[in-house]
Design a protein. Sequence first.
Length: 257
Amino acid sequence: MTAHDRALAWDGCHNVRDLGGLPTEDGGRIASGALVRGDNARRLSDEAWRAVVEHGVRTVVDLRFPEELAADPPRDLPVNAVHVSVLGRADPQYADELDARLAGLPDEVAHTREAYLEFLERNRAAFGRAVSVVATAPPGGVLVHCMEGKDRTGLVIALLLRLAGVPPEEIAADYALSAERLAPVFAPWLDAATDDAQRERRRRIASTPAAAMVEVLQELDGRYGGVEDYLRAGGVSDEALRAARKRLREQAADAAA
């Protein structure tokens, strides 16, 4: 299954795709319909929500800040929605300090890698909760989203896919697709930069370099021995780890049999 085949045209969102079909290291594949990644699902039209349900999604895991969630108009969702803010609460002072540190790095790969490793270490328990929610959700597909579907969503999806045995290079290739899908969204923001420094910062933020995601996963291997032990350190039980793998792979395993 190609990236084009996995893309989902749901009205209101730009960056939605099914992770089904991605290969695993042991010759299996991720089950179609089991896990979908996306940008802000609250932008979906009523027609798009019908498409979500028709696709088999029954649980939406919203990774946004509480402040982002509060800013949305109320909507009666046709599926179960769970909110897990993987980066805690918005902290402008911390964000400014992190920006200042990242600005001195040489390129977008280093910038993204260091930002993501900071997020993962600072919020290990929250990332663990997000994975546990996916693992223990009721039967049906799971849609994971944040605002643009590339950073918070990218990390949670990477943890889940690596846990299920997808090679880092395949995870990174899927992650990298977000920059292309979001180009129309980011273009006005990039054009509105007032100086070269701000333009460079925004360019880095809008990027999704595959090499950065590979290096993040390699660093988790070095620090923890792998994603599974990182998640254990974040409070994910062995039962939930098994459930996550089964959820993502059982249909593909049945098809192979």
